[in-house]
Design a protein around this ligand. Structure first.
Ligand SMILES: *Cc1c(COP(=O)(O)O)cnc(C)c1O
Length: 399
């Protein structure tokens, strides 16, 4: 964060930064970070107001521009990702939109992984295209396809790893070399791993985006997002936010700060339970195939072991049969929540082919490997034995 050798957090570890980075106490001596529930700020005199408005003196003006609670969140997530700066946003989609609006212009081209969050696909293909930014979609793991898709006007490569729901793992170092050889920015959505498990900037990515709604909160309370990168890029993103407005609220920033304090503990627990559940699922007669990069049988296992410190909380599996069997298993569960959200202390279960990936054509869905017998589980923090018993109810319903 700072190369100031008086900074007690200089060189601090991730767990220390997660608890302490960005915390500047007020004169009240509060221990927990305060929520600055204020839309605007007062100035000592007219000259100070003029200087603030002119950008000549630092300090708060209005909470669409800056807010101390949001700033604490920004400094903390920047420290965790190893970036120079960060910008908090109203949602994960606002983070992606702000990145695109700040760093692209009409005539630019983007190469985007085919296997990104569905709304991200729409943002690029439906909205950015309207403003003259072209996009090509390529399979996440096909490096040659990424290379072939790059044009002289390509400005950005965008991906998510591991992918949802099949846990495919992209080689970020190779893609960053490809991006930089072609004067492109590499943008990575780090929602599934979070900086507790994977730090894309250290592997060459230029920008990390987050849906803070998922694991950064971790308890399914608030919607928010973040963009992390160099001070120069974040200045551009911040200027977009000031002008266009999808800023993070102070209350949400506070919830995310509390979430970050337990981020690594939670991510390790999610990962441990997901691995136990995946291993168990592999042994069940009713199950055809399990997708989880923590399994040595997963094609992305070796790469995930290099890039990530653990394998995350999301797994998916194919049940023997088709949609009817998958729905039976889902409907038989009584502990897991049937919802498309993920990254929560509560385990969630969903049928991707008819929900998260329901808008795709049959052909697109087949290409993406989203079969009708596929079930995704975002493994929460409950006892794993209870989760096994919950799925067992479904398997029994099939027998
Ligand atoms: C949920 C999600 C988003 C969008 O985030 P919101 O906070 O819902 O706007 C983006 N990327 C990934 C990988 C997500 O899971």
């Amino acid at each position: 964060m700072s190369d100031n050798h008086d900074d007690p957090l200089a060189g601090a570890g991730l767990d220390t930064l997660a608890v302490r980075a960005g915390n500047a106490r007020t004169g009240e001596g509060e221990h927990s970070e305060p929520i600055f529930a204020t839309s605007s700020y007062v100035f000592a005199n007219a000259a100070e107001a003029a200087a603030r408005f002119a950008g000549e003196s630092p300090g708060n003006v209005y909470s669409r521009y800056t807010n101390p609670t949001v700033r604490t969140f920004e400094q903390r997530i920047a420290a965790l990702e190893g970036g120079e700066a960060a910008v908090g946003t109203a949602s994960g989609m606002a983070a992606i939109l702000s990145t695109a609006m700040a760093l692209l212009q009409a005539g630019d081209h983007v190469v985007c992984s085919r296997d990104v969050f569905g709304t991200t696909t729409n943002l690029f293909s439906k909205y950015m295209a309207r403003f003259g930014v072209q996009v090509s979609f390529v399979p996440l793991l096909d490096l040659a396809a990424w290379r072939d898709a790059i044009r002289p006007e390509t400005a950005m490569l965008f991906l998510e790893t591991p992918s949802n729901p099949l846990c495919e793992v992209a080689d970020m170092a190779a893609l960053s070399t490809l991006a930089h050889d072609n004067n492109c920015l590499l943008v990575v959505d780090n929602c599934f791993c979070t900086p507790a498990l994977q730090r894309p900037l250290a592997l060459g990515a230029d920008i990390v985006v987050h849906s803070a709604t998922k694991y950064l909160d971790g308890q399914g309370r608030c919607v928010g997002g973040a963009v992390v990168g160099s001070a120069r890029h974040m200045q551009e993103v911040e200027t977009f936010l000031r002008t266009c407005g999808p800023t993070m609220s102070a209350f949400n920033a506070w919830v995310f700060l509390k979430g970050l304090e337990t981020l690594r503990l939670r991510m390790n627990a999610h990962s441990e339970s997901a691995l136990a559940l995946a291993t168990w699922l592999q042994q069940q007669d009713a199950v055809e195939r399990v997708y989880y990069a923590g399994l040595t049988t997963h094609p992305g296992h070796a790469l995930a072991s290099r890039q990530q410190s653990a394998y995350g909380g999301v797994l998916s599996f194919q049940i023997k049969g088709g949609q009817e069997e998958a729905w039976k298993v889902i409907d038989a569960t009584r502990i897991m929540s049937l919802t498309a959200n993920l990254g929560d202390a509560k385990t969630t279960i969903v049928h991707p082919a008819t929900t998260t990936h329901g808008r795709l054509s049959d052909e697109q869905r087949e290409q993406a490997g989203i079969s009708r017998n596929l079930i995704r589980v975002s493994v929460g923090l409950e006892d794993v034995d209870d989760l096994k018993a919950d799925l067992q109810r479904g398997f029994a319903a099939l027998a």
